[in-house]
Design a protein around this ligand. Structure first.
Ligand SMILES: NC(=O)c1ccc[n+]([C@@H]2O[C@H](COP(=O)([O-])OP(=O)(O)OC[C@H]3O[C@@H](n4cnc5c(N)ncnc54)[C@H](OP(=O)(O)O)[C@@H]3O)[C@@H](O)[C@H]2O)c1
Length: 265
């Protein structure tokens, strides 16, 4: 059966390029999005030759409103599209206090606003058709806010929360959504951020191909959240359980006893 078309953002390198390779191998036609026209064109030729699928390069700077609108229009108007993979993203160059505010805002725009617009657009289009799926690349730093650049961490926490919340709305309408939380993954993101990859312990660095294979296995098994490195899934389930247990205590008529003002003496 024809798989339909997958739209992959950030497909010119790293995790997005690996998704393109794997999904072409599964028989998906692809629309590949990124800024680098030459790389998109080379990838397109190679994958269509190797896998016999149709690849459409869609060069776009997603931080540019006109380019983003073209990609949103493609998602809305091309009825063959069944899968959106949001990989386009940028990492931080150091800690927040050492960074230019403008650069941090650019990161929030691409990692949050653009991903949000693409996700919501796809969610609406796919639910109208009662089929389709969205894969959002978040990061394990969403679970470890104290360990990394605050703006990047917050952008990835947004992706995780958006995905978990939307899953509740989408599931009854026959549309799947998954957040993938990679740890360190060997890609160009470190070069682009000016980080020397050799300072990262090798036992913490996964190859992009292994990461994407695990993420796709998690997707096939129906996971909403996939953490490729995590062997003991019980740890994640415990965290989710503790979070849900908080539910009945989070919105009540009166403040907790410890916040009551001391009686004046
Ligand atoms: N590598 C890791 O350790 C790691 C860990 C956790 C999460 N992630 C996340 O994984 C995702 C992919 O990153 P990666 O590691 O594969 O890095 P990467 O190799 O640097 O890939 C980033 C991709 O995003 C595209 N991109 C950047 N700015 C863009 C823009 N304005 N418009 C359109 N495309 C743009 C780049 O292509 P062009 O330059 O051609 O536009 C490239 O294809 C990111 O969201 C990242 O936060 C990575």
């Amino acid at each position: 059966m024809a798989k339909g078309t997958a739209v992959i953002t950030g497909a010119s390198s790293g995790i997005g390029a690996v998704y393109a390779e794997k999904l072409a191998g599964q028989g998906y036609d692809l629309v590949i999005v990124a800024r680098d026209v030459e790389r998109l064109s080379a990838l397109s030729k190679r994958l269509s030759h190797d896998h016999g699928v149709a690849i459409t390069p869609l060069p776009a700077d997603l931080s540019n409103a006109v380019d983003l609108a073209r990609v949103l229009a493609k998602l809305r108007d091309d009825a063959s599209i069944r899968l959106l993979v949001n990989c386009a993203g940028i990492g931080p160059k150091g800690a927040v206090l050492a960074s230019e505010t403008e650069g941090l805002s650019d990161m929030v725009y691409l990692n949050v606003d653009v991903l949000h617009a693409l996700t919501i657009n796809a969610a609406k289009t796919f639910t109208d058709r009662s089929e389709g799926a969205i894969i959002n690349i978040a990061s394990v730093v969403a679970l470890m806010p104290e360990r990394f650049n605050a703006t990047y961490v917050a952008s990835k926490a947004f992706v995780l929360a958006l995905t978990q919340a939307l899953a509740v709305e989408l599931e009854p309408k026959g549309v799947r959504i998954q957040a993938v939380l990679p740890g360190f993954t060997r890609t160009e993101i470190f070069d682009r951020a000016g980080i020397d990859i050799t300072v990262i312990p090798p036992e913490m660095m996964m190859e992009a191909s292994e990461m994407v294979d695990a993420a796709l296995a998690g997707f096939d098994s129906g996971e909403v959240v996939t953490i490729p490195s995590l062997s003991d899934v019980g740890l994640w389930q415990t965290l989710q359980g503790a979070r849900l247990e908080l539910g009945p205590h989070l919105s009540l008529k009166h403040a907790a006893e410890r916040y009551h003002a001391a009686e004046p003496s």
